[in-house]
Write a protein that binds this ligand. Sequence first.
Ligand code: NAG
Ligand code: NAG
Length: 460
Amino acid sequence: MFPLWLPTLLAILPRVRGWVHPVTAAGTHFYDSETHAPFVIRGLDYQPGGSSGFDGTRDPLSDPTLCARDIVLFQELGINTVRIYSVNPALNHDKCMTMLALAGIYVLLDVNTPLPHQHLNRYEPWTTYTPAYLEHVFGVVQQFSNYNNTLGFFAGNEVVNDGRSAQFAPVYVKKLITDIKRYIAKNSKRAIPVGYSAADDLRYRVSLARYLECEADSDSSMDGVDFYGVNSYQWCGEQTLESAGYDELIAAYANYTRPVFLSEYGCNKVLPRQFQETGALYSSEMLQSFSGGLVYEFSHESNHYGLVNINADESVRLRPDFTQLKQRYSDSIESMDTGAIPEMRSQQANAQPPRCAPSYSGLGTSLDYPKNLAKTYIDRGVKATGGYCELSSHDLKNLYKIEDENGNPWTGPAEISLVATIPADIVGSHIKERVSKNDATTLSVPLALWLLWHLLRSIA
Ligand SMILES: *[C@@H]1O[C@H](CO)[C@@H](O)[C@H](O)[C@H]1NC(C)=O
Ligand SMILES: *[C@@H]1O[C@H](CO)[C@@H](O)[C@H](O)[C@H]1NC(C)=O
């Protein structure tokens, strides 16, 4: 008889890379906060079921067995980052975040979801910038701020996406960025970067990036982004820097004072996708002002951008795009020369963002907004705790069927391979409190402020 006892990983781990180093934004690039080596994003967007499939009962980091299946495939692709669009901070994410950390994979997280009270209305943001909304946002931030492999938070994704939203949304997006940055400064152990993910609309490409970057006088209640993500689908099939318009993309962000990267890329007009743009993205020329990018997206959904098909029984079939991207990423790792990236030390000194201009082309930037709605949350913090946890060796195994692109059993690894460790004294030292939904003490003051602001607004 075998004993029904699984040794905990911590006891059996070989000595690998050491603990999980937080990544920090300094000046124009990201760096490993311990080694100071540049951190270039090589990743993908990950939201099985699609954004519209999110109902709050589960999210991409709430089911450890599905995480194990997908992390095995992430490692096969050689990525170091995933972006997740929607999570519920009331769910437990400890196991999935621990597995990702052990696999050497960082997470960029959007703080919004498609559910009511969990995102801004782009045309009437003042109706949705509410205490309930802030409680959701800070719940996400609070929970994920405890994980070293949280790379950053997106305050919004394509909130500005047409002429009307460009008039109303920018001020609220920037206010939210400010709120999150101040929440982190007060309540988190480290300065986790906060940014925005933009639709690459030429009408606002420069103006929105500049508006979200700038900082006003010292007494201002608005802060600039720590990084800027661009969703770009302009390189389709066989192209050159010039024919794809990447030369203009590079020029537009050449002077940006913060890290810039492609938060979504991978045109699907030519199939199967070749991902030729990865060659450009990791070239010395682009690395001067860009920090890599994220391919849209892992799972094949109704909009046809997937690298894999996920079936109803949770088995997976790889698509030709998967194999192609794997090759491109592996080539880029081999050829990448980070010599074009300035040293972290030199960046810290001259990381000053520009002063804000009086106006920005095509954008409404003078809208009034409630200035102190977030203050109580920032001062007191919200209740939501996450932390690395113990795993058994069983947790690291893929339990689902995976087929290659021809329908044959996939011959890749059966479990996550470990590239980092987590010190035993860190694990389990967190008090596992979850967001309490009806926390009257934290709600009452912001709610009163919000009502008052709306009352005044309707009188004026
Ligand atoms: C997280 O990073 C800090 C340094 O910033 C380090 O002291 C700590 O051990 C790390 N935690 C884990 C679990 O790797
Ligand atoms: C970037 O800075 C250079 C030198 O200061 C300047 O010539 C150029 O016009 C700037 N480009 C942008 C897009 O602001």
